[in-house]
Design a binder for this molecule. Structure first.
Ligand code: DAK
Length: 259
């Protein structure tokens, strides 16, 4: 991968989009690298949580690459949109939890990339926005859909129609991010959160992700039935047996083994 820095720390993977000359903007190469990253993560059963961030201090991702997009034809625009949407959807449905550690500008495709992650935390310097209508386009990587689901249609419409950016405190207030930290603490906090998640039973955590993501798309009766099925499947795991036995024996459970 040319534009992604990758590091594995125990069961946690940290990936940083690294294209400093364009504030980590997403061009076709970065989208291909993201796909390669997800191939590697899916193939590595040790990885239980993925943290996604931007390299440098200024930007998470400053959007899709405007230079590359500016000359697209209608057909090429659709192909570029599909490439991005496919990889963002793949990220969103990755079996393991994902945390976006937003360390600066998260505009357009950058905001959309953070919204394809399960959890967003950010630095005090973070700036979010969907500036597309100011550029003569609509959000193209799922922004109209994911922002409405995260912050509600009224707030999403205001942000998208006005193309106005918001700072970290406002992102926290509207529920776009879960927490704001000083820049120098952001990655440590992201890793702390990821390690906390990684210590819990991985099969159960993955089942929770499926239940929430897929359940939100279903009518309540079907969503509850999905939860029941996933709950039941946990009773075939060694981690459930160890977790409950340890509780009853008043001891700490052994590290979960993903079985
Ligand atoms: N694309 C390409 N280059 C970018 C960029 C971007 N999105 N953002 C920044 N850069 C480049 C700048 O051109 C500059 O390059 P040089 O001039 O040094 O060569 C370098 O990064 C540093 O940026 P600035 O000099 O502008 O830095 P400032 O601190 O002054 O400003 C800024 C930072 C983030 C406020 C500013 O760079 C900015 O406004 N950037 C653009 C933000 C933006 O509008 N992003 C949204 C892009 S639209 C679709 C698929 C996808 C999308 C839409 C449709 N389909 C095909 C369906 C998604 C659209 C978007 O994401």
């Amino acid at each position: 991968m040319t534009h992604i820095l990758f590091e594995k720390k125990g069961n946690v993977a940290v990936a940083a989009i690294d294209r400093p000359k364009a504030l980590n903007a997403l061009n076709s190469e970065v989208l291909e690298d993201l796909n390669t990253l997800l191939d590697g993560i899916e193939a590595d059963s040790e990885i239980r949580v993925l943290i996604l961030t931007g390299s440098g201090e200024k930007a998470f991702v400053a959007g899709a690459d405007i230079g590359e997009m500016s000359a697209l034809t209608k057909a090429e625009g659709e192909a570029f949109g599909k490439k991005g949407n496919d990889v963002f959807r793949r990220l969103e449905t990755l079996p393991i939890p994902t945390v976006a550690a937003v360390n600066g500008y998260a505009l357009g495709g950058g905001c959309e990339l953070s919204m394809a992650c399960d959890i967003r935390i950010c630095s005090e310097t973070a700036v979010f926005g969907q500036p597309e209508t100011g550029l003569g386009i609509t959000p193209g990587f799922g922004g109209t859909q994911r922002l409405s689901r995260l912050v509600g249609p009224g707030m999403a419409k205001q942000l998208i129609y006005s193309a106005k950016n918001i700072k970290a405190d406002e992102a926290l207030r509207i529920g776009l991010v879960n927490a704001v930290y000083p820049q120098e603490e952001l990655m440590a906090q992201a890793e702390k959160l990821a390690e906390t998640i990684a210590r819990n039973a991985p099969i159960a955590v993955r089942a929770c992700k499926r239940a929430i993501n897929e359940g939100l798309e279903l009518p309540m009766d079907e969503a509850i039935a999905l939860e029941e099925k996933l709950f039941g499947s946990c009773f075939e795991t060694e981690d459930q047996k160890e977790g409950m036995t340890a509780f009853l024996e008043k001891r700490r459970h052994e590290p979960y083994r993903d079985r």
